[in-house]
Write a protein that binds this ligand. Sequence first.
Ligand code: PMP
Length: 401
Amino acid sequence: FFDSVELGPPIEVFQLTKQYTEDDFPQKVNLGVGAYRTDDGKPWVLPVVRTAEKALANDDSLNKEYLPVLGLDLFSVLSTKMLLGSDSVPLAENRAFGVQVLSGTGALRVGAEFLAKRLGKTVFYFSKPTWENHRLVFLNAGFQEAREYRYWHEANRALDLEGFLEDLNNAPEGAVVILHACAHNPTGCDPTQEQWGQIAKVVKERKLFPFFDSAYQGFASGDLNKDAWAVRFFVNQGFEIFCAQSYAKNFGLYNERTGNLVVVSNNLANVAAVKSQITLIIRGNYSNPPSHGARIVAYVLSNKELNDQWGENIKTMSSRIIQMRKRLREELEALGTPGSWNHITDQIGMFSYTGLNEAQSLHMVQKHHIYMLKSGRISMCGITPNNVQYVAKSIHETLTS
Ligand code: PMP
């Protein structure tokens, strides 16, 4: 049966983690995967998550029965409110809702499948570059054509707004456009509010469908409301949207697969039908979601004190990242490493596009045991006070050897 099956390409980021784990070099550094590390380079379970887990473990009223197909209602309600804001008009009018799904990827997949199979969408746009999974998720969900819009201007190391707008202007009416809500992966470069205004104008003119991807709320600025600005702006402009919300990074619930697909409709009369079709898509996919992560998020978001603690935990992560951006730039400038390094501190969120090319990035892995993507993307979460000098020296050696 399997004779015709060809070997698929490896998934770069998982392959890097495997190589890193098997490497016994003492100063090795994993800058591939976007996962926060303590100053000692260890994974971090947020203290507020530990607190919630202990409370949940002691709650005998909880059991292991199936959740409904659309998951834990309280989780989705609180999560949707966190994205759209407590004063959201579509929420008040019951035109917006969320469904619990398998993290950000699951939200993208379920949303994309709905758009392809129920609305007959065929073309989708993603930023060049983008998170490498957007393409596969949308194609697997039934889309036929993946197209890029220009986003990153190599020479300027900044947003290519002109290219972005021009590509959207040439998009066929009704195409789906994936927009990063904040902390763009991999460039760490977001449009300004004024630029979002220009983007929204073209999206409206071309009648495109905005599908936001919000994997880093809280990580761009440390403030949940500020990081939801673009999504709320589109909603306030009257757009109907989808938004994929992930709790992998901001709650550190990577392997719990906790996410929410938010739907904003302009017509209350359509909400029940849309919800019922999403229910069927999930039912035919994985039937219903796991509960652990969603219970943790719901527990924290519904408790003022724990919510504040969570805010502190996010600040711990985001401020360390900002501090490490500063340190890395300072170290490189002190070493006199060729090139300008202001982009390291200009960029935001978990990732930085260093400007290292493929050969240089491979050299970093092979010679210095610093695991990073071929594109030159590094995860700032993997840089700590203990390894920042080593990373800077290695970049310096790579660019001067
Ligand atoms: N979108 C973007 C832009 C991401 O960076 C990620 C995580 N790397 C995701 C979605 C989805 O992550 P998850 O499925 O783990 O929530």
